[in-house]
Design a protein around this ligand. Sequence first.
Ligand code: AMP
Length: 279
Amino acid sequence: MNIVKTISEIQKKIKKYKSEGKTVGFVPTMGFFHEGHLSLMDIAKEKCDIVVVSLFVNPTQFAPGEDLDIYPRNFERDEKLAISAGVDILFYPDLDEIYPKGYLTYIYTEQLSSILCGKFRKEHFQGVTTIVAKLFNIVQPNIAVFGQKDYQQAIIIKRMVRDLNFPIKIILGPIIRERDGIAMSSRNKYLSKEERDQAKIINIALKKAKEEFDSGIIEANIIKENIRKKIQTSDLARIEYIEIVNSVNLDSIKSVKSGTFAAVAVYYGKTRLIDNIDF
Ligand code: AMP
């Protein structure tokens, strides 16, 4: 595996691969790999000749006061995991390689970026679309793989790709969970033992919502209220939002049907967890 720090070097390598007729699959990450990240690398490997993974903790998607400074990092561990996943290039740029002094340009996908998580994390998705657009221009992959764990992010990126004519196919990987159902996340590391134990209620509540839908309940308000009640049985949980939306344009819906999903954001202490389930 090659560890590449500069844009010029990665572009040279990609150009060579492409001149040999090889396809490139790309997985953007902020590192501190878990099975969720590795599953996306597996998908890229299945679909393409070459797998490129970026590891960059992107400051523009964190608001002041969020967890940028304490975001978990462990490059040596990530390097080993990437090697064992069969990654060809690990792109690990420094901050000023990506945002040199005087950087001024941002990408923003309207509407989709100001609802759900975007309502509470105002500049978050602008930071995400900006970094992903930059990485797409740098790596120029044939496909890019994102996790359904960050469903809104994936939908925004699909829209950006369509609106800005990136010749890149976006593929979504399913949510990878711990044995007790909690969605894997680099941020789970922040949870105390008690918070970690209680946080499994989030997935239990979402699975129950799916069961309710499967048994014939379709009123979104009823299903949302039941999710709320279930999560509130955990006394450390502070619910930020519970929404049921369609998976094309994230519109709120009244009647649940297939092609819609429930999304939640819940705080345990200072740790903000998100999860979702498809109906
Ligand atoms: P991050 O490093 O948290 O920015 O995530 C990098 C990619 O991994 C994003 O596409 C995420 O949606 C995806 N991802 C994060 N957690 C999971 C998970 N538990 N299962 C599947 N994909 C995930």
